[in-house]
Design a protein around this ligand. Structure first.
Ligand SMILES: Nc1ncnc2c1ncn2[C@@H]1O[C@H](COP(=O)(O)OP(=O)(O)O)[C@@H](O)[C@H]1O
Ligand SMILES: [Mg+2]
Length: 442
């Protein structure tokens, strides 16, 4: 299989997942007859439009479809249909946005009209992808030559658009996960919503903000976490350090509910949240800054921040919090109207932190905030982390950069291949011989 086909199929998979998300959001509106959230749908539409109209469709039209037209005249009818649908994309989006606008302020039947249009749009997108996957790609694999594929591969693999370069693929993969995180409860990731109650254990953990017992997690047969024990007290800044692949991200994703536990328990403020869906954990006060920042590139800085407060609805505090974030990170205010994708790495990290803070978390989880940043910026990020602690936020920080993390942390844990092997005060671990050898290169 050629590289271009892989790219196209993974783009299709991304669009397909987004359609499933829109579908779920649409269904949650039907039951409640509430107005659709303009900011959330607006953000999804922006993203989708940028992605399909600006990147995916033009590449297909100009390279794949063009070559196929030359080699296989029998492909013309289906390509005509597909290209007509591509061309119609922007108009369909304009219509959806109009209906969204009306649904926000209008009557029940305006909301029904929006939901119906959304259903039609989702069905059309799915049908379109199905046609490409079942008719176009198999034919292309049969009839296109090596030389054709070289040209097509190059088009699909080189991305010189600053907003839609390689980065977009990672962003897109993460989009579904993040929207699931922001959206109302039914958007959870399929875990049971019922917390198990074990009063005795709840007592034990009463004074811990986060209490993890004997936690295991697997990817298929691969065990990524093996009996992890860890506690974070209110107001504490705790660092977890360990090498690449040790299980740090898996642990954070288990805490925020994006990765299921296969054993053990996670308690938050005394309540067992092991099976609580991710969306509800956000509302309970757990917010995660994901690895690699993962801001919405095409959206403005301000819209990224608003998205972080999505679950708070029309809460007036959102505007105040926006200003608080701008006070904490002045560079974000200067760039508030710019697409987040144009920010530097350090600025994107600040944006990712500020976005997580917009959810007003009591526990903030940070996954390798210093990754890929120049030393001076690393210092700035850790200063911001120390600031947050002074504001009373409880922080759990995961880092490969052990020296910087342990220097700011009250306490630290060392993780190796899914097991916690050491713990102690930050300064203690910094002075520990084994830690110095293994993680500090001393
Ligand atoms: N989606 C996945 N599928 C299979 N294995 C995975 C997946 N994600 C992580 N792993 C494996 O789980 C282990 C822990 O990974 P991770 O939590 O990402 O580590 P870290 O964040 O410490 O670098 C590694 O062995 C990694 O290869
Ligand atoms: Mg990681």
């Amino acid at each position: 299989m050629t590289e271009a086909v892989q790219v196209i199929q993974s783009e299709h998979a991304g669009i397909w997942r987004l359609m499933a998300t829109i579908d779920q959001l649409n269904q949650s509106l039907a039951g409640a007859d509430v107005a659709p959230d303009r900011d959330l749908f607006g953000a999804i539409f922006d993203y989708l439009q940028s992605y399909t109209d600006r990147m995916h469709h033009p590449k297909e039209d100009l390279f794949l479809f063009r070559a196929l037209r030359e080699r296989a005249p029998e492909s013309h009818p289906v390509l005509d249909e597909l290209q007509k649908e591509h061309a119609h994309g922007p108009a369909a989006m304009v219509r959806l946005r109009e209906l969204l606008d009306h649904a926000g302020s209008g009557e029940a039947n305006d909301r029904t009209a929006f939901r119906d249009a959304l259903t039609t749009y989702v069905n059309n997108q799915r049908e379109h992808i199905r046609k490409e996957e079942t008719q176009v790609l198999p034919l292309a694999k049969d009839v296109l030559t090596e030389a054709d594929w070289r040209v097509i591969n190059e088009a699909f693999l080189t991305n010189d658009d600053p907003l839609f370069g390689q980065r977009v693929k990672a962003e897109f993969r993460d989009l579904h996960r993040r929207i699931a995180n922001l959206a109302p409860a039914p958007m959870g990731l399929g875990l049971s919503a019922e917390p198990r109650s074990e009063p005795a254990a709840a007592d034990r953990a009463a004074e811990a903000m986060l209490d993890i017992q004997d936690l295991s997690s697997h990817y298929g047969r691969i065990q990524a976490l093996d009996g992890v024990e860890l506690r974070v007290a209110p107001g504490e800044l705790v660092a977890l350090v360990g090498a690449n692949g040790a299980g740090k991200t898996t642990l954070l994703r288990s805490i925020s509910g994006l990765q299921p536990a296969t054993g053990g328990a996670i308690r938050f403020r005394g309540q067992d949240i092991t099976r609580v869906p991710a969306a509800r954990r956000v509302r309970m006060g757990i917010s995660q800054v994901p690895e690699g920042r993962q801001v919405f590139g095409p959206l403005s800085v301000e819209d990224n921040l608003r998205l972080g407060a999505f679950h708070r609805g029309r809460d007036k505090g959102v505007a105040t919090d926006l200003e608080r974030m701008f006070a904490m990170f002045p560079i974000l205010e200067q760039k508030r109207k710019q697409p987040a994708g144009t920010l530097s790495g350090g600025q994107q990290q600040m944006l990712a932190m500020a976005r997580a803070l917009m959810a007003r978390p009591s526990l903030l989880l940070l996954d390798e905030p210093s990754m890929g940043l120049a030393p001076l910026l690393v210092q700035e990020i850790f200063n911001a982390v120390a600031d947050l602690k002074r504001q009373g936020i409880t922080l759990f920080l995961v880092e490969q950069n052990a020296a910087a993390a342990l220097a700011v942390a009250d306490r630290g844990y060392v993780i190796e291949t899914g097991r916690v092997v050491l713990s102690g005060a930050g300064s203690e671990l910094l002075a520990n011989e084994e830690v110095r050898k293994a993680y500090l290169g001393m």
